[in-house]
Design a protein around this ligand. Sequence first.
Ligand code: CO
Ligand code: CO
Ligand code: CO
Length: 327
Amino acid sequence: MGPGILNQVLHCLPRIQDDNLLVGMNTVDDAGVYQLSENMAIIQTVDFFTPIVDNPYLFGQIAAANALSDVYAMGGHPVTAMNIVAFPSKKLDITILSDILRGGADKVLEAGAVLVGGHSIEDNEPKYGLAVTGTVNPKKVITNSGAKPGDKLILTKPLGTGIICTAIKAEMATHDIEVEVSRLMATLNKEAAAAMIEIGVHSCTDITGFGLLGHGLEMAQGSHVNLIIYAKDVPVLPYSLEFASMGLIPGGAYRNQSYTEGEVNVNTGIDKSLTSVFYDPQTSGGLLIAVEEAKTEKLMLTLEKRGVTEASVIGEVIEGTGKIEVK
Ligand code: CO
Ligand code: CO
Ligand code: CO
C-alpha cells in the first residue's frame, strides 16, 4: 500500500504507552523494538509479497532477504523467523511451493537465524515472506530518526529493481538481466549492517517500497533535518534508465512521487528517467546510512572489505525541517 493510505489507517489505532516500547508505531520505522532487560531488546518485523520473478527458489530468497532487512537496518541480529505462506495448491504444482520455502530457508540460514515454524493458507495467488525476530542492545538501536547536520549519506545497493521487475513482467528484459537483478535483491543487508555497526553511525533505513526519496523523506522528517542528494552519485542499475524511458515504471513510483510532493524538490535539470529511478519502489533494497563526515571514509572501506562493493556516498545532511533536495 502507498504511504498516504497506510498513515490514514494507522492513525485510527490506539496510541500505546509502554516504557519498554523503544520503537513503535509513533515513528515511521518498519520494525518495532521492545526492551526486555537492561542489555536486551527484541526487534520484530514482518514482510511478504506476491512473486516478482519467475524462479520460485529465487523468489523465496528475495522475499526472505527483504523480510530480514528491517532487523539489519536497526543494527540488530536476526534470531528466529517464521514462514508466511499463501498458495493455490489445487492450481499450482506443490514443488513450486517447496522451492519457494527452500529459497527462504537458505537465506534464513545465511543470516544465522533459525526457522521455527510458520502459517499457510489457500489463496488464488502465491504470497511468501517471513516474520522475523532479532535482538539488539537497547542503547545501540539505529533508527531512521538520528541523522545530524554534517552527516554524509551512503546508499549500499544500486536502485532500479522495481522498474526492472516491471520490464521482466512485460517480457522486455533478457534472462541475464533477470538473473542479475534477482541476485541483487536476494543479497542480504547483513554485511552492510555489520560494517555500519562496526564503525558506528547516526541513522539508517532500508530502501524498500517507498523508494529512495520516500524512505529518505522519512529519515529527513524523523530527524528534523534536510537531505541533499547528488543525482550523479546515486548508484543506478544498468538498464533501469532505458526501461524507465520506455515507460516501464511501476505504479508505486508515481504514488511515491505524489506523496512526497512539496517536501522533495528534484532540480529541473535532472533527467526524467533518473528521477523515476529515485522514486522507484525497491524490493529488498540497500541501506541508506547517515554517518558523521569523519567516519565516512572508514565506513566505505569497511563496506568494501565486507563485499558491499556497490555502496556510494550519495549526499549529505543539513539543518532543516524535513525536506529533500536532489541536485
Ligand atoms: Co518492511
Ligand atoms: Co524497512
Ligand atoms: Co497457524
